[in-house]
Design a protein around this ligand. Structure first.
Ligand SMILES: [Zn+2]
Length: 191
């Protein structure tokens, strides 16, 4: 997995790019939680569930069905999140599903059970540039941890920053174009 610090990069980039008028703070916070929630499955190790089992790490909680369930909880909680049901659904679906996609881009561990419960097969992306984060904290606090954080910076945070900037620039362009149209209509109201 990428580290728990890095999964929130996806919803945070969307939040920066789309703006607080579309994504209220509570929904953004819920998106951050949704992006790291699948890794609660590491608790299964404590209960003796093997990594490769359907309820093991990168199993059911990393599936698209789990992301859909998270999104549906978001729909039910939309008034609490101060958002519309539609926005809650799509934002939380995106945030939760992005977790498995990032994990599938890592170069270690087992693949992701995207299609659980229809298939227990584990999948990796065809290209795996992200250094997998060690599950043990002691291994993370070493040069290995530095290599992991560097690869996450290059392959996750920088692209997310680029997407956020592009969305922000597009939003500003749309706003200034709309303002220019309004001004032109006022200056020349027609016959
Ligand atoms: Zn994970």
């Amino acid at each position: 997995m990428p580290t728990l610090l890095t999964h929130p990069a996806i919803p945070l980039a969307m939040a920066c790019g789309l703006g607080r008028d579309k994504l209220p703070a509570r929904l953004i916070a819920a998106g951050v939680v949704a992006s790291i929630l699948p890794d609660l499955d590491v608790l299964a190790f404590r209960w003796g569930v093997p990594y490769a089992a359907e309820f093991g790490h990168r199993g059911f909680s990393h599936s698209l069905l789990f992301a859909l369930a998270v999104a549906l909880v978001g729909v039910a909680l939309a008034p609490l999140l101060r958002s519309t049901r539609g926005r809650s659904f799509w934002f939380l679906l995106f945030a939760a599903a992005s977790h498995g996609v990032l994990d599938a881009l890592t170069n270690g561990g087992l693949g992701i059970a995207f299609l659980w419960p229809f298939s227990a097969e584990r999948y990796f992306a065809p290209f795996q540039p992200i250094e997998v984060a060690p599950l043990r904290l002691s291994r993370f606090l070493s040069l290995r941890g530095v290599a992991v954080l560097w690869s996450e910076l290059v392959w996750v945070w920088l692209p997310c920053f680029g997407v956020a900037c592009a969305l922000l620039a597009y939003r500003r362009y749309r706003a200034s174009a709309s303002l220019a149209r309004t001004s032109a209509t006022k200056a020349n109201p027609g016959p």
